[in-house]
Write a protein that binds this ligand. Structure first.
Ligand SMILES: *[C@@H]1O[C@H](CO)[C@@H](O)[C@H](O)[C@H]1NC(C)=O
Ligand SMILES: *[C@@H]1O[C@H](CO)[C@@H](O)[C@H](O)[C@H]1NC(C)=O
Ligand SMILES: *[C@@H]1O[C@H](CO)[C@@H](O)[C@H](O)[C@H]1NC(C)=O
Ligand SMILES: *[C@@H]1O[C@H](CO)[C@@H](O)[C@H](O)[C@H]1NC(C)=O
Length: 552
């Protein structure tokens, strides 16, 4: 009953158009020609990597890696099969794993290493391994490195990774029982990980990781930072029982760990909660399903877009919240710390820390503040600073989204993936176009306008309903596509279906920043492909079709 009342309240206060917008156009799968890639008897196309310069899309599936033409993914260029050995499979089976579903090599990591090699890892029948893929021969180098800490054992498990300057940063569990998790980096000098304590990571469900580069010639000598996004079971609210919280965590690239305290552990690991709900209203969107960081050149401050669902609601409801990277940094640089500890009775104590904070501030990257005090590396930070960092890694302050509330709330869908493109429309404004996938293989394309959120179109990417596991956007100037991977295959869709709008009115009322009416050819065209046209194209991002009447 309580829930029903909450939902009524939600519906009333969220003027339905602004908060539960309906897609303006719905494309049936059979009405659009999407290009598809799939190989007979190969499943689980769950990892995609794009090489824009080469026009190649790399696809990681179960027991196989493919290279396909990114402009037409039906054109396969190379393939390599990478299977677990019969011995490994039987060990997997003997340990009680399912021979039909689990004891395979699910490719989990495909990351660029340098011009000639990709770094690849697979779950390898619960014995994860990593290798180098030689792109000139499309062959594995046969290094068979231990993948523990980089690649999950369990193919069903969530994980994340990002390659930064030749070093892999990963977030995953480190054993087959999922009893320990880590944020890990192995480099030539040393390996760094999180403390194996649930105060640092408590059953995290990793969804994304990315690097945010320091501004060039940053006046304070700042470092590049690697961000991780995940949902974990909170320990600060443990008096409510198990509550999930969406988190952002970050480490600094220059971190070398401590010398005695925090040896081979991150000294810069800090985490904070992501706030995503309408203040004072239910539900609270406390599960983050995916994150995309928009780093387009016109943005001084990159934007973090996350899709969220709620543990509280019985019906499906999803939200998109956007955060500026500077607001996250502000929480880490100026926020208050929580102090958490486990008492001898194994109880978790978590409280706001009000005492003095050592200098330089723990958790900050080594910047001018540190070097001025002669701390040039985390290895020579003072003991009290490291001890503080070890005990204070959670911020009390939450990261508040732009506009202090979600950009979009949508009922009856579960959003699972997001990618965001930046498009300059003919009105010279830049629009951030969100491509959001559901667990049923549907794609929503939405923009924010002065009237709230506008879902331009809904696309059925797959003939049958199936969850989309990975979503990737190409950013080529005039040939942009969205790629989606699922258990059954990969689909390539154009970022817009302008040519499907038959009249000027339809074209303009779609309010799609990619589309405009060409009055000469009497066609709705993609503006990225027609920039040099001599004819004034007609587009109205506020949906004023009166320009069309003039010509019709
Ligand atoms: C792999 O694909 C199969 C067949 O579609 C599916 O049943 C299974 O759940 C997938 N496994 C993973 C780990 O995604
Ligand atoms: C790429 O990395 C591999 C492995 O570290 C190395 O052997 C190779 O020389 C590198 N190639 C280039 C072009 O840097
Ligand atoms: C340096 O320290 C000062 C004083 O604690 C602080 O206000 C400033 O934000 C710090 N700068 C950086 C880049 O951490
Ligand atoms: C639509 O455009 C026409 C022509 O420029 C203009 O006269 C009219 O005021 C506009 N209507 C709205 C609602 O903006």
């Amino acid at each position: 009953m309580a829930l029903i009342i909450l939902y009524l309240a939600l519906d009333l206060s969220l003027s339905a158009t602004a908060y539960n917008p309906e897609p303006r156009t719905k494309w049936e799968h059979s009405k659009i020609n999407l290009i598809r890639f799939h190989e007979p008897d190969v499943f689980n196309y769950s990892v995609l990597l794009l090489s824009e310069n080469e026009n190649v899309l790399y696809v990681g599936a179960r027991d196989a890696i493919f290279a396909v033409n990114s402009l037409n993914i039906a054109e396969k260029q190379h393939e390599v099969y990478w299977k677990s050995s019969e011995d490994q499979k039987s060990v997997c089976y003997i340990k009680g794993r399912n021979q039909e579903t689990e004891c395979f090599n699910y490719i989990r990591i495909l990351q660029p290493l340098n011009e000639t090699f990709l770094y690849v890892c697979g779950s390898n029948a619960f014995q994860p391994i990593c290798d180098y893929l030689d792109l000139t021969l499309f062959e594995l180098a046969g290094r068979d490195e231990d993948g523990q800490g980089r690649c999950p054992f369990d193919p069903m498990e969530s994980y994340t990774s990002v390659m930064v300057d030749g070093e892999l940063y990963s977030g995953t569990s480190i054993d087959s029982m999922k009893s320990q998790y880590t944020i890990f980096r192995k480099s030539k000098q040393n390996s760094l990980r999180t403390e194996p304590s649930k105060l640092w990571l408590n059953e995290p469900h990793f969804v994304a990781a990315d690097v945010i580069r320091a501004r060039q010639n940053s006046p304070n000598g700042d470092d590049d930072k690697v961000y991780f996004f995940f949902t974990e079971i909170s320990l600060e609210f443990n008096y409510f029982g198990e509550v999930m919280v969406p988190r952002v965590a970050r480490v600094c690239k220059g971190d070398q760990g401590g010398l005695w305290i925090l040896q081979n552990k991150w000294t810069t690991f800090l985490k904070a909660s992501l706030f995503c709900h309408i203040p004072g209203e239910k539900p609270i969107f406390n599960i983050v399903n995916d994150v995309f960081i928009l780093k387009s050149p016109d943005l001084e401050d990159p934007l973090i877009y996350g899709v969220f669902t709620s543990e509280q609601s019985k019906t499906s409801v999803s939200a998109v919240c956007a955060y500026s990277v500077s607001s996250v940094e502000e929480v880490f640089a100026k926020g208050r710390f929580m102090k958490s500890s486990i008492t001898e009775l194994k109880e978790i104590k978590s409280e706001v820390y009000n005492g003095a904070i050592p200098e330089p501030r723990p958790g900050m990257c080594i910047n001018n503040n540190g070097t001025e005090m002669d701390y040039t590396s985390s290895l020579n930070l003072p003991q009290d600073n490291l001890q503080f960092a070890k005990e204070h890694h959670l911020m009390y302050n939450q990261v508040i989204p732009i506009g202090k509330k979600p950009q979009l709330v949508k009922q009856d869908v579960i959003y699972t993936q997001i990618a965001v493109d930046s498009v300059k429309a003919l009105d010279s404004n830049t629009y951030h176009v969100m491509f959001i996938c559901t667990d049923e293989g549907i794609l929503h394309k939405a923009i924010r306008s002065e009237h709230g959120m506008h879902i331009i179109e809904e696309i059925k990417l797959f003939p049958v309903s199936e969850p989309i596991q990975t979503l990737l956007l190409s950013s080529k100037e005039n040939k942009r596509y969205i790629y989606a991977g699922s258990s059954s295959g990969v689909v390539q869709a154009p970022v817009a279906f302008c040519e499907k709008y038959p009249t000027c009115r339809d074209c303009v009322l779609a309010r799609d920043p990619y589309c405009a009416w060409n009055p000469q050819e009497l066609m709705c065209v993609n503006i990225l492909q027609e920039r040099r046209t001599e004819w004034a194209l007609i587009q109205s991002m506020n949906g004023n079709a009166s320009f069309c009447e003039d010509i019709e």
